[in-house]
Design a binder for this molecule. Structure first.
Ligand SMILES: Cc1cc2nc3c(=O)[nH]c(=O)nc-3n(C[C@H](O)[C@H](O)[C@H](O)COP(=O)(O)O)c2cc1C
Length: 383
């Protein structure tokens, strides 16, 4: 696959300094590790080189029942890839990305190289949102995402070679609700699916992966959602309130791609993370709701009703909600090869920079610029 450059618009008047290449690549790793992943499997292995970062799929972390073909795994790696691109842009670099560059090594999903040239300010502006983004499974308010924000999301998704389908019409919302209910029922009737979900919701603290009880609603049998959230409360200990208000009134969007192969799934993951970061930056909450994509019959029905010429990859609910706790992240040393950072025993939480218009990566005058830099102790800080 030919390398794709992500060219940046004209650089700001006063060109900003950039991090040294090796430091920038370490920061790319920091942000890649914070990506969303199906069941928080974090199915990646990252290899640092002097001039590039390689992102590999870790197939030992693929979900054989939910994800036999590896779509959700590739979307997850795509999200990590997007964060790496964002980090390099925020560190002042232009980025060349090669996707699936080696036919003999299909698990080498992508290579990112910081190169000379202007960094992409739109990507750089998303960096402060990376540590703040969460999958939010709380009740959403009835407020829907305004049209101008939806248009901005559609542009952001198009920049990642994907399509944003807004599920607007009443009969489409009803269909998406019915297909999600149907897929959810099919999955929950499968003992292998339930066992897999139980395994990823009852992980030991030492494994630092899986979906934690603190981030899932308590399920007590009273849920009557139009679009059921995946029931992660396998131990009956969900820490969020049972009420999730996943109704047909919330904003629903579907991400779709022109093709339906590894390369498209990777791009869909990049588009997914771009949407999630754009929403985080604007103060909106979101959560993927992908049961109807995972069950072949409902995916086909979704496609024929909503995206006939393209392939559905992820459904998202969007709204306003209170904050939700962070999931665990695997130790950097267990995931990353060739890092020059000192070994860590505890994952170092990234400092959480404030997000909002007053904290954009670049101020309107093009001078003030927040970006990640090494804190000299093996972590990252923001200046
Ligand atoms: C491909 C993909 C599919 C997902 N599907 C769902 C889903 O159906 N329901 C859900 O609540 N979360 C879903 N998630 C979110 C993950 O559970 C979440 O990213 C993970 O637990 C880590 O939490 P975080 O996103 O807050 O970092 C999905 C994420 C990805 C990347």
């Amino acid at each position: 696959m030919p390398p794709t450059t992500h060219p940046a618009p004209a650089p700001p008047a006063a060109t900003t300094s950039r991090l040294p290449r090796t430091d920038a690549l370490e920061v790319a790793v920091d942000l890649a590790l914070l990506a969303p992943s199906v069941h928080n499997t974090q199915p990646w292995r990252l290899v640092l080189h002097d001039d590039r970062l390689d992102l590999h799929a870790d197939r030992t972390r693929q979900l054989p029942t939910l994800d036999p073909v590896g779509r959700a795994l590739a979307l997850s790696v795509g999200a990590a890839l997007f964060n790496a691109r964002v980090a390099l842009a925020a560190a002042g670099w232009s980025v060349v990305t090669e996707r699936l560059p080696d036919a003999r090594d299909p698990d080498l999903m992508a290579v990112v190289r910081p190169v000379d040239g202007a960094s992409d300010p739109e990507l750089a502006a998303l960096a402060p949102a990376v540590p703040q983004r969460r999958t939010n499974r709380r009740a959403f308010s009835d407020e829907e995402l305004p049209d101008d924000a939806l248009r901005a999301l559609a542009d952001a998704v198009a920049a990642e070679d994907a399509e944003l389908v807004v599920v607007r019409q009443e009969h489409h919302r009803q269909l998406v609700a019915r297909l999600t209910q149907q897929a959810d029922a099919v999955q929950n009737a499968d003992a292998a699916y339930r066992a897999e979900l139980r395994a990823w919701t009852t992980r030991s603290a030492a494994s630092r992966d899986g979906v934690p009880t603190s981030a899932v609603p308590h399920v007590d049998g009273r849920q009557r959602d139009d679009l059921p959230l995946r029931d992660f409360d396998s131990a009956g200990a969900g820490g969020l309130p049972p009420e999730t208000r996943s109704t047909m009134r919330q904003t629903l969007v579907l991400l779709a791609t022109a093709r339906d192969d590894q390369a498209a799934w990777l791009r869909a993951g990049e588009a997914l993370e771009r949407v999630l970061l754009e929403l985080t930056r604007r103060g909106w909450a979101a959560s993927p709701l992908t049961q109807a994509i995972e069950v072949p019959l409902t995916r086909t029905q979704l496609r024929s009703a909503l995206t006939w010429t393209s392939h559905p990859q992820a459904l998202l609910r969007i709204g306003r909600a209170e904050a939700t706790p962070a999931p665990p992240h695997r130790l950097r040393d267990d995931v990353v090869e060739n890092s020059t950072r000192p070994p860590e025993t505890e994952p170092r939480p990234l400092p959480t920079p404030p997000v909002g218009p007053q904290h954009e990566t670049r101020a309107a005058d093009g001078r003030a610029r927040r970006r990640p830099v090494s804190d000299g102790r093996g972590g990252t800080t923001w200046v």
